[in-house]
Write a protein that binds this ligand. Structure first.
Ligand SMILES: *Cc1c(COP(=O)(O)O)cnc(C)c1O
Length: 469
């Protein structure tokens, strides 16, 4: 399988190369040259497979023989293990909970950091280490986090021999739980930097370091594990199949509702559909940072200022993975996408043609919630079911309820974070008690921490990194 850029100019890559690569050299994102297809009979034959067995089926055609099957199986087994004490906690990996008539919540927060990013980053960490070892190569991962992604990346890389990971967070501006999830990982290759600045300062420092990597020792390169990495999307396709099979697919179609920011998670759902899984509806749920909702409902893909919401992991101005969708919606015309995206970056409007908009609306419906409606959903759902959801999940549930077309098709709402990750929002929603951390994390506040507080100076940060590798 070859991987091609959405902007049509960068040379195509093999699977292993694409694992090691972020953005394409032409500014585009990598996608597989062809989308693997499964027949209904084949999908039906997977009923009863456990999560790991199913993951092997789904991922194999994307890897296309570049990694021997026994190795791929081992990588998947390690990534979705429940036995190490560090990985997933629930034997189903992605369990389903019923919250209404034919309405289900798919709990994607049973991983080590209590958010769905573990699905991608547990696998990416092991995969990256495997590819690097084969190539006798080492990399330095550098990333900025406002909370969630950093901890998932650290958990994914803590056992990697060929990766040193440096995560910058704004000093005293992430929650105690979020900081401790990162700083209590004490492996030698894990380094947390608390920068005396805000999240943008952290991000700018990472960008500047990628642009000029001369501060690194010879032979070392920076790598990114951000949400545009193809392997992350690929790993997320699996749970769409897993949930559908559990509820009678492929003989019976199902629908999904996805709280989304960068369009990574729901793009994986779109791919599952393209691969042959019968999906009736794909519902996009956004918070007030609603570029995706405006694009689908009003053909308005304009940038608006960032608003801080109760669902901070979806606070974005532009959805980076949407370019992959635009590429498919425009019949994979790379030159056209390049022109459109460059014009957009230069300040021009990005309008969809009537035909493209109609195609997008056939694939997706969308709904936007403000913080007030989000809190009301948390409250109402708890009142009616005693099931507590986090604010991101609440957005998916409400989007499903508002946009659902058929009550006879199971509606699966993706739960992207454990409510204990967002205790303040849950309390604001009127719950008396803070949601408890799962038992394996109850000692989080007793564990020792290690992190370095650094001034907001590029030279200081780079000297620190160079000194640690
Ligand atoms: C990252 C994140 C999202 C958004 O995921 P995308 O792939 O950007 O759409 C939603 N909820 C939570 C809790 C997240 O961490």
């Amino acid at each position: 399988m070859k991987y091609i850029s959405t902007r049509g100019e960068a040379p195509s890559l093999s699977f292993e190369e694409v694992v090691l690569t972020g953005l394409a050299s032409d500014g585009g994102l990598f996608v597989p040259e062809t989308i693997p297809q499964f027949s209904q009979e084949e999908i039906a034959s997977w009923a009863g497979l456990n999560y790991k067995e199913l993951a092997l089926k789904i991922i194999t055609p994307f890897v296309d023989g570049e990694i021997p099957e026994a190795d791929l199986k081992r990588l998947i087994d390690t990534s979705y293990s429940t036995s190490s004490g560090k990985g997933f906690r629930h034997d189903a990996i992605a369990p389903l909970i019923q919250t209404g008539h034919n309405e289900w919540v798919l709990e994607l927060f049973q991983g080590p950091t209590l958010a769905f990013k573990d699905f991608a980053l547990q696998f990416l960490g092991h995969l990256l280490d495997y590819v690097l070892k084969k190539r006798n190569q080492k990399v330095v991962i550098m990333g900025a986090t406002s909370g969630d992604t950093g901890s998932a990346a650290i958990e994914g890389c803590r056992d990697c021999e060929n990766v040193d990971i440096f995560i910058l967070h704004p000093h005293q501006r992430v929650s105690d739980v979020q900081r401790r999830q990162m700083t209590t990982v004490l492996e030698d290759n894990v380094h947390n930097i608390a920068l005396k600045g805000n999240f943008d300062d952290c991000q700018n420092m990472v960008k500047a370091s990628f642009a000029d990597q001369s501060f690194l020792p010879q032979g070392r390169q920076l790598a990114a594990v951000n949400s545009i990495n193809w392997a992350r999307i690929m790993a997320q396709i699996v749970y769409y199949f897993y949930a559908a099979l559990a509820l009678g697919g492929p003989q019976r179609a199902v629908s999904f509702s996805v709280p989304t920011g960068n369009f990574g998670d729901i793009f994986a759902g779109y791919l599952a559909k393209r691969m042959g899984l019968p999906i009736e509806q794909l519902v996009i749920g956004t918070n007030c940072n609603d570029i995706l909702h405006r694009c689908i409902s009003d053909n308005d893909h304009s940038m608006k200022p960032l608003t801080h919401s109760l669902s901070p992991s979806m606070d974005i101005m532009v959805s980076s993975n949407f370019e992959r969708m635009l590429f498919d919606l425009h019949n994979r015309d790379g030159a056209l996408i390049k022109a459109k995206m460059e014009a957009f970056k230069a300040g021009e409007e990005l309008k969809l043609s009537d035909e493209v908009l109609a195609k997008a609306r056939e694939l997706f419906s969308s709904y936007r919630l403000d913080d007030e409606e989000t809190m009301a959903v948390i409250r109402d759902l708890f009142d009616s079911t005693e099931y507590l959801v986090d604010p991101h999940t609440a957005i998916g549930v409400q989007a499903a309820r508002k946009m659902r077309k058929s009550l006879s098709t199971p509606m699966i709402c993706l739960a992207t974070a454990h409510p204990a990750k967002f205790p303040d929002a849950v309390k604001q929603a009127g719950q008396d008690e803070e949601p408890a951390l799962p038992h394996h994390m109850l000692d989080l506040f007793e564990r020792s921490e290690r992190y370095e507080v650094l001034d907001n100076q590029l030279a200081d940060v780079q000297a620190f990194i160079a000194g640690k590798i």
